[in-house]
Design a protein around this ligand. Structure first.
Ligand code: F6R
Length: 589
């Protein structure tokens, strides 16, 4: 949700930050802008549009220090005036911001009374004006920056340039910000992909910290006390190739092709998963909490535990934080699932659970993300950078980790013996090849997408462990193809939604060879009798999936749904990597 980039060093800062922004565009892409210092003056170039469009129009300014932003609008429509960076009245301070300043209305009213002129509708614009106001105290840039930051309520990752300084000032509270450490140069970014070709060494800012990033030196301090925090840089193990399209037309299709590897990478964490399962098994109440696609993975986690008779719950982050979290105590374990580790509602849920004494575990793809700092233990799904806004390989990694976790918890609880556990793990090892087989059939799925290109209404039905996949299939279609799709537990269709089925409606039915297959077949017949068009995903269905142990079927059955959503989007001439109105990291409530 908004991407921030910054550079200071000997290179052409303007070019470097635009290039970094290009790799952060999945965080927002409705407008972009850059501020740099040239001949002791701040130059801002910004506009509505994607990074490449804005860069094409941008007036080049020779500079060695710059900050930049790609926006996902919260306050104020996408427009030139609302695009970041924002400046103070005299144009001597420029600020980019990710997050929401919740007290901006009060701050703005006070600043207006003092004669400040605002040019945008954004919450962000109060920041440069506040800094300008604080400068009047004569304490210097750092003092003005920190006093202004202390007045902000809500969430923020901020980067600031002042024409009086040859440093970038940064601060964070509940929105991600990292510093890339180079040789005689340093970088600021919202997320790792921005830094991949530039440096592998990063310092992750924690909540309540600010920093002064110079060419040779980076100093991090506490906002409240001013105390210096000594932070050792961490080394990133992601490669640049992972963050490039590598010959594919879109990141999404590349990432679907990486689903077999995502299963392998998740299995590689089995030792950690087993250790954490031992701790989790001691808790009488286990909750899975997450948002969007990750919440469907959480439901799958619950399904696996229930399969073995282990009670558990699955909740959506935004509901859990204000509701169920009140019932959480030290007898609870809460498992937060998040690709980015930056989702605001998931983070808030983790904090609430921790405050109430629960054992808190993160299942995360981005190590070093905010969530990993909050959790007692972390399971790394290891899927590698996921750039397309719609999550695919990370979902497959999440459900692999959660299936393994469920198996180990069941073993600990005496519900699964070691021989059966090992058999299942060995079958899991065979899943990547079977996924590759499904992907090998992509031309058939592409033809199906072309056939259904003009369909206006889709239903996805599944039971048990494949109901979360039905939700996932429907969400993917909505977000990248802008077509209405609903998911239902197949048994629920007749309790209302069946009234919507008629000629022209397509129903995807997930029918693995399990104890519910016969019931699914009856539900398919019910839909057929209402003249709906049916696409059965099964061993012998319209979309064929190889045999797999029913417990592992979700790992395979989701793959054609990802492929279908991708091809439908492409057949409509849309950009599946950058769906309208969305951003990858949802760092606001
Ligand atoms: C859908 C999608 C979103 C995310 C959700 C949570 O394709 O990607 O629904 O799953 O925003 O994001 P993370 O997993 O980063 O917490």
């Amino acid at each position: 949700m908004c991407g921030i980039a910054g550079y200071i060093g000997e290179r052409d800062a303007f070019r470097v930050v635009f290039e970094m922004l290009g790799r952060l565009e999945y965080r927002g892409y409705d407008s972009a802008g850059v501020a740099c210092i040239n001949k002791n003056a701040i130059h801002i170039t910004k506009d509505k549009g994607k990074v490449a469009e804005v860069e094409k129009e941008a007036a080049y300014a020779d500079s060695k220090v710059a900050i930049a932003h790609t926006r996902w609008a919260t306050h104020g429509v996408p427009s030139r005036k609302n695009a970041h960076p924002h400046k103070d009245c005299k144009g001597k301070i420029a600020v980019v911001h990710n997050g929401i300043i919740e007290n901006f209305e009060g701050l703005r009213a006070r600043l207006v009374k003092r004669g400040h002129k605002f040019l945008s509708e954004t919450d962000t614009e109060v920041i440069p004006h506040l800094i300008e106001e604080e400068y009047k105290d004569g304490g210097g840039t750092e003092a003005a920056f920190v006093s202004a930051i202390k007045k902000l309520g809500g969430s923020f990752a901020v980067a600031m340039l002042s024409d009086k300084e040859n440093n970038i000032f940064i601060a964070r509270h509940e929105s991600p910000l990292i510093v890339g450490i180079g040789n005689g140069e340093n970088f600021v970014a919202s997320d790792i992909p921005a830094l991949l070709p530039l440096t592998k060494k990063v310092i992750v800012l924690d909540d309540g910290e600010y920093g002064i990033v110079g060419k040779q030196k980076v100093v991090i301090k506490k906002i409240n006390s001013g105390r210096v925090v000594n932070k050792k840089p961490k080394t990133i193990n992601w490669s640049m190739a992972q963050a490039e399209k590598g010959g594919f037309e879109h990141f999404m299709i590349k990432e679907i092709h990486e689903e077999p590897q995502a299963v392998k990478n998740a299995i590689a964490e089995r030792t950690d998963i087993e250790k954490i399962a031992k701790k989790l098994a001691k808790f009488p109440r286990i909750y899975f909490v997450a948002c969007g696609t990750a919440s469907y993975a959480g439901r799958l986690g619950r399904g696996v535990l229930e399969h073995f008779g282990v009670p558990s719950n699955a909740e959506i982050g935004s509901e859990f934080r204000y509701g169920t979290s009140k019932t959480i105590d030290k007898n609870c374990a809460v498992i937060l699932v998040s690709q980015s580790g930056e989702t605001a509602d998931t983070i808030a849920a983790a904090k609430e659970a921790k405050k109430n004494g629960a054992y808190v575990v993160g299942v995360v793809n981005v190590l070093g993300s905010t969530l990993t700092g909050i959790c007692d233990d972390v399971i790394d799904i290891g899927a590698g950078p996921e750039i397309a806004v719609a999550s695919t390989k990370a979902y497959v990694g999440q459900i692999t980790s959660l299936t393994l976790l469920g198996l180990f918890i069941a073993k600990e609880k005496g519900k699964l013996d070691v021989v059966d556990l090992n058999k299942l793990i060995s079958k899991l090892g065979g899943v990547p090849e079977k996924i590759s087989h499904v992907i090998g059939d992509k031309e058939k799925i592409k033809r199906l997408a072309e056939k259904y290109r003009n369909v206006k209404e889709f239903f996805y039905i599944g039971r048990g462990l494949n109901y979360p996949n039905a939700l996932e299939g429907a969400l993917k279609l909505k977000e990248i193809s802008y077509v209405h799709a609903e998911a239902y537990p197949a048994g629920e269709l007749k309790h209302g939604p069946l009234a919507l089925l008629e000629k022209g409606v397509v129903v995807f039915a997930l029918v693995p060879n399990d104890h519910l297959a016969k019931k699914m077949e009856s539900n398919v017949q019910e839909a057929k009798s209402r003249n709906a068009e049916i696409a059965v995903v099964s061993e012998g269905g319209d979309i064929k999936v190889p045999w797999v142990d029913p417990l592992l079927s979700p790992l395979l059955y989701v793959v054609p749904l990802h492929l279908f959503a991708y091809y439908l989007s492409v057949s409509k001439g849309l950009d599946p990597d950058k769906p309208r109105n969305l951003a990858k990291s949802v760092t606001v409530e």
